[in-house]
Structure formats: C-alpha cells, structure tokens
Design a protein around this ligand. Structure first.
Ligand SMILES: [Zn+2]
Length: 359
C-alpha cells in the first residue's frame, strides 16, 4: 500500500503518490510503533507514525533462528525493528519474506542483510520481477522528487507550484522535520532484491516452529505471498488485506476473491493485515470479499449491456457501479476516510473493468 492514512494533506500526497512511488513521506516520533504479541515468540509490529505508510512487520522466533515478514518502508524503521527484535532474542534473523513488490514492504531489505549476512530474502518469483523492474528507478528518482517537494513546501507551495492554504501551511510546518529525515534515509537507500524465489509454496522449520509460505493466487499483485503458522493458526496476509481502507490501485479483483477464500479455508484464528490492527476473526476478510464481489458483479452486468469491453472504456461502466452501500462499513463517519474510500472504489472499478477487458 502507498496511501497516507488519516492525513489532512491527503489530496496533496495522493497526487504525489502518483509519481513518487518510492518516497511517500513518513514522519513523526521515531518510537511510533505498536507491538502485539500474537503467541509465544510471535509478534506483529504496526508502524503507526502519523501519516506513515509503512507496512506491518511480523516477527516469528524459532529455536534456531528468526523469520521476519516485510522490512518496512525505510531503512531507519528497519533498524528500529531490528533493535526491537534484539530485545526479544539473540538468535539471528535467518529469513525475511517480502509479501509483494510495493516498496513499503521491502525498503529495509539491505538493512536486514547488512545486519544478518547469512539472511535469505524470500519473495514470489513475480514479486522479484516487479521489484527488479521498478525499484532501482524509484530509488534513483526518490531523493530528487522529495527534495523538490520539500523546497516547494518551504516556499509555501505544493508540488505543482500552487500556493498552500493557511491550514495546509500549518500542517506542512509539522511535516518538514520528518520529510527531511525521510530524505536523508532515501539518499542512503540501496536496492536489495530477494535472494530466493518460489512459485507455489515453501515450508521452513526455524527450530521447533514450522513457517509455511504460500502463493494462494493473485490478488493485490501478481506475486502475493502469505505466511501461515499451522500450529498457532496465525496468518500474515500482506496487502491482500489493508485496514481501514483497502488498497486497490492495482490488482486482480476476480482472482482476489478466490485468494481470500483460500485464506479463509486455512481457518486462521489471527490475521495480520498488510496495514492496520490485528484481526481475531474473519469479519473484515469477508467484508473485503463482498466489496470485490459487488464491484466485479456490477462491472460484468454493465458489460452484458454494452458488449465487448475492448471497444469501451471504464467511463462507459463507472456510472453503473454503486459501491456506496459499503462506505460506512469501511470508513465510518470519518470524512477523510470516506474520501479515501471514494478514491479507492474508483480505482477498484477501473481494475475490475481492465480485468474483464483483458480476458
Ligand atoms: Zn502496503
């Protein structure tokens, strides 16, 4: 995910997100993190800085070594997570899994590898392909883009050169220290690809603890990986599940529904989403499935009316799809979240149409 949760300058940064995949600002107190113990030796870390976009990190400690799921959006966050892991155990991190190719889940790879030289970094083969394609350019462009934004902010403008409102100016003042910190982080970033790829599944024993890595099908990306601990019935879902507003800027809605069904069939008691708090039941999973189903069904109903989608565009479809019955279920009464919901559903309709057109 690359959103900016609960952030007043949302529109500013969503437009920023469109061209600056690698460098969405993260700022705030360095200790803004929420740790949840899921079982003995299993922890989830939410990176909860105001405006932070970093994915959750899950730490699984075995008798011999440690398995980590996702390495955050910034090397500095990964360093803080490693310091936290050191407080729990002196065993080395032997495995790091990247759940998918979005950079808020793997930007700390090099930091982990530098700290644990024998580390194996795992990803689905499609995830590595996408990372190899996209990430080096992101890292190269990131500092220049962010420096330009910081410079514009300091002049009281947004990145398009438009003057900021007084309210936005106040918020920007609060953001600037964090942005400068992010810039320092970005300048030192080095792309570290996965060192081991898989296509279907991997089962790893880290010492009296079995960790299952599975690709259950496409959903959020072509190479989504989940982690399942069969004994503890803990499942780490990556951005197949993002709370409170799903991430649907790319993806495969029809297959996503099936992939979520396969997650449900594993019957996890605890689910760690890619972003947001830990789930202890499947309510949110089913809500996400219902949203995807509704979008796909409505898009297909419209295509039955207009014919071959290849000769149409999403503009011929979007007016016939109504996902507002889901709005308060995801966004409650929060106006910012509702705006994010609207943005997300517009993209969901687009990817549902694209999927139908490409068949
Ligand atoms: Zn994410």
């Amino acid at each position: 995910m690359k959103r900016t949760d609960g952030f007043g300058l949302r529109s500013l940064f969503l437009s920023l997100a469109a061209f600056l995949i690698a460098a969405i600002p993260v700022f705030g107190d360095a200790n803004d993190r929420e740790v949840t113990k899921l079982a003995d030796g299993v922890y989830a870390i939410q990176h909860t800085r105001r405006g932070a976009v970093s994915g959750n990190t899950t730490v699984i400690i075995g008798d011999r070594e440690v398995f980590v799921v996702d390495s955050t959006h910034q090397p500095s966050l990964a360093r803080e997570d490693i310091a936290q892991i050191r407080q729990w155990t002196n065993k080395p991190v032997g495995y790091l899994l990247n759940t998918h190719f979005h950079d808020d889940h793997h930007s700390g790879n090099k930091t982990y590898l530098d700290t644990f030289p024998l580390l194996t970094i795992i990803a689905h083969e499609e995830t590595k392909k996408d990372m190899d394609l996209i990430e080096p350019g992101n890292i190269e462009r990131g500092p220049t883009h962010l420096a330009a934004i910081i410079s514009a902010f300091k002049q009281g403008k947004d990145q398009q050169g438009q003057p900021l409102s007084e309210d936005d100016k106040k918020q920007v003042q609060e953001l600037l220290p964090g942005l400068e910190q992010q810039l320092t982080d970005l300048k030192t970033m080095v792309y570290q690809p996965p060192t081991l790829t898989f296509s279907d599944r991997l089962t790893i024993d880290i010492g009296n603890r079995e960790v299952q890595v599975k690709h259950l099908g496409r959903g959020n990306t072509p190479g989504d990986a989940i982690v399942f601990l069969p004994k503890e019935k803990i499942l780490v879902a990556g951005d197949l599940l993002v709370h409170p507003i799903p991430y649907t800027y790319d993806g495969y809605p029809t297959e996503w529904i099936e992939t979520l069904q396969k997650i449900a069939q594993l019957d996890p008691q605890t689910i760690v989403p890619g972003h947001g708090p830990i789930f202890h039941d499947k309510t949110y999973l089913y809500l996400m499935q219902d949203l995807l189903k509704s979008a796909v069904d409505q898009v297909r109903a419209r295509i039955r009316q207009i014919g071959f989608p290849g000769s149409h565009s999403v503009d011929d479809v979007k007016g016939s799809v109504d996902l507002t019955p889901f709005k308060t279920k995801f966004a409650g009464d929060d106006k910012d979240l509702q705006a994010e919901f609207d943005d997300m559903t517009a993209h969901l309709v687009k990817i549902a149409f694209n999927e139908a057109a490409q068949r």
